[in-house]
Design a protein around this ligand. Sequence first.
Ligand SMILES: NC(=O)C1=CN([C@@H]2O[C@H](COP(=O)(O)OP(=O)(O)OC[C@H]3O[C@@H](n4cnc5c(N)ncnc54)[C@H](OP(=O)(O)O)[C@@H]3O)[C@@H](O)[C@H]2O)C=CC1
Ligand SMILES: O=C(O)C1=N[C@H](C(=O)O)C[C@H](O)C1
Length: 259
Amino acid sequence: MKKVLIAGATGAMGQKAVALVNSLPDVELTAVLAPHLTADQREQFHLAPSVQIFQELNQVTPGIADIWVDFTIPAAVYTNVNFAIEHHMAPVVGTTGLNDGQEAELIEESKQYQCGGLIAPNFGMSAVLLMKFAKEAAKYFPDVEIIEMHHADKKDAPSGTALSTAKLIDQVRPNHETNPAEVTTLDQVRGGDYHGIKIHSVRLPGYIAHEQVLFGGAGEALTIRQDSFDRQSFMSGVKVALDKVLDLKELVIGLENIL
Ligand SMILES: NC(=O)C1=CN([C@@H]2O[C@H](COP(=O)(O)OP(=O)(O)OC[C@H]3O[C@@H](n4cnc5c(N)ncnc54)[C@H](OP(=O)(O)O)[C@@H]3O)[C@@H](O)[C@H]2O)C=CC1
Ligand SMILES: O=C(O)C1=N[C@H](C(=O)O)C[C@H](O)C1
């Protein structure tokens, strides 16, 4: 039986992850890390009496879990994953906000501690495929912009998925010309800029998680879009990660690399 700790267990994604782990025969939820969770809220968050509740990272008992699932906040994820690796808990990370330098450090650390893990900016199959298709299309359409649309409570912008999409496109797209005569009359109206790829972040109630990649060419355009209408859709990817993470030799970035 694989033992699992869920960090962020009371959040929108954490609650889905608790339900997933509770439903699987070969994994056991042994602990949660949740800053404001108290013992009298166990039932509300579907936590068995055996599940240890930790409100602070430094209270977490080494050996309490084999796998560390993280759906927390950008400000906490680096410290959490660092702690998980140092205590031989294989991280399965959905939390966004790690920068390239932090990811590189965590990969090195995972090698040093011989602790495999996965960081997936998106556990949904539609987003994984969108990124793959966008990378392919960018070889032929160097002019591209990304629009990501999320629920109004999302704490970070751009989304981790949009940033990953831009990085994948940047790896393959040929040089392209931007319009040198462009004038803007409103601050940041052209969106954020990742190596010349514009990213536009929309935050609205009613939305969950959606992304469009728009490619423009001479007399034609290609639009690739994915929609996550329900957070349950991310759980098939989390399940794959739970199945495979203990076999990984180091920290891997991207669900597509373990499918
Ligand atoms: N990879 C993927 O497929 C997906 C990734 N995400 C990402 O997952 C993350 C969480 O999203 P979501 O569930 O919607 O966010 P929520 O705001 O609903 O949940 C965040 C949770 O983290 C908890 N938390 C805050 N600080 C800490 C800490 N230091 N240690 C442990 N827990 C902490 C919060 O507790 P409290 O409220 O008590 O402060 C809350 O329960 C985001 O980064 C989001 O982008 C989201 C969807 C899919
Ligand atoms: O905060 C969210 O909701 C999501 N976050 C991830 C991201 O930033 O890409 C994944 C998905 O878009 C949902």
